[in-house]
Design a protein around this ligand. Structure first.
Ligand SMILES: [Cu+2]
Length: 325
């Protein structure tokens, strides 16, 4: 749209320019000083006011054409801009929503599923991308010249706009267009355009968490015992996920790559049936707050010997587990 507005303005501007310059040159030639005045020319003498003639018609014609051109441009451009401002009903497809925050001379992006990225914004091709722009510190201005998108980033305000990238595989430069401080000129990033399927797969794959439990000798805890439960609770929406030792693989890792629906902060609780030593404390629970805004992994090193010291039966069980391995 901005491209067609630009082309129409360029075309009409060029046309008007050519007409004006050509007409000027034509008149300069026609009324050039040829030496002697011709007989039929009624030149005003000194002190006489010119009475005018067809000039009024020309003036009216010139004003008339200008007015028609200018008014139609205003109406047409305004209509186009209204569509850009409020396209809600016109989107064929649900837009991908991304929150953009300018902060510390960098651009931070957050997708609907809680995935976050800095300075690299992955977007799908041929699907509208709706952005909500704000700032965490001072005034910035988010812009991608190639895609004709620009929005102010102001602390406490949310500026909304949208764009659509056409070619998958292309990269477009993101820049800050508001002089914001000494890091301003380096405040740039890249918008990477992906095929739609690829983009949505990528977005889902970003929401991954590996929880690894190992012993002090870096051995998988699951080789020794699987007598424990894992609970993950999403802090914001309260969604609960529960797993147990059997969900861990041979390396002692619980790999969650499709289970989580929304990224963000999680409260992680691992409850052991026996007492273990974690961070030099005897305990049967490990509690932690973890943040999943991209592929994440957490490793907890525990000492199972505490269980041996506590209970004879547990001792036997643990040893058994050890023998299996
Ligand atoms: Cu800046």
């Amino acid at each position: 749209m901005f491209e067609s507005i630009f082309l129409v303005f360029l075309g009409l501007g060029t046309l008007v320019g050519v007409v004006v310059v050509a007409y000027t040159l034509y008149n300069a030639y026609k009324y050039r000083d040829a030496g002697e005045p011709k007989d039929d020319e009624s030149l005003p003498t000194l002190g006489e006011l010119p009475t005018g003639g067809k000039g009024g018609k020309k003036l009216f014609l010139s004003f008339g054409i200008s007015a028609v051109i200018v008014i139609s441009l205003v109406v047409w451009t305004y209509g186009m801009l209204l569509y850009v401002e409020d396209p809600e009903d016109e989107f064929d497809e649900e837009p991908v929503e991304i929150e953009v925050v300018g902060d510390g001379f960098a651009w931070h992006f957050e997708y609907e599923n809680g995935v976050q990225a800095t300075n690299t914004m992955n977007v799908p091709a041929d699907q509208p991308v709706a952005i909500e722009v704000t700032s965490g510190d001072v005034w910035h201005s988010f812009g991608i010249s190639d895609l004709r998108v620009k929005a102010d980033a102001i602390p406490g305000e949310y500026d909304e706009t949208w764009f659509m990238a056409e070619e998958a595989g292309e990269e477009h430069r993101i820049e800050c267009f508001e002089l914001c401080g000494d890091g301003h000129s380096a405040m740039d990033g890249t918008a990477e355009v992906m095929e739609q399927d690829q983009f949505h797969d990528w977005l889902d794959s970003q929401l991954a968490l590996d929880v690894t439990l190992e012993t002090e000798d870096e051995e998988a805890v699951t080789n020794v015992t699987d007598e424990f439960d894992v609970e993950l609770v999403h802090v914001e929406d309260g969604t609960e996920y529960t797993f147990d030792g059997a969900d861990f693989d041979e390396e002692g890792t619980l790999a969650l790559d499709e289970e989580l629906e929304q990224g963000g902060e999680f409260e992680l609780t691992i409850t052991f049936e026996d007492t273990v030593t974690y961070e030099d404390e005897e305990t049967d629970t490990i509690e932690d707050t973890i943040s999943v805004t991209g592929p994440s992994s957490e490793t907890y090193t525990i000492d199972l010997d505490a269980a041996d010291d506590n209970d004879e039966n547990d001792d036997a069980e643990t040893d058994e587990g050890g023998d299996d391995e």
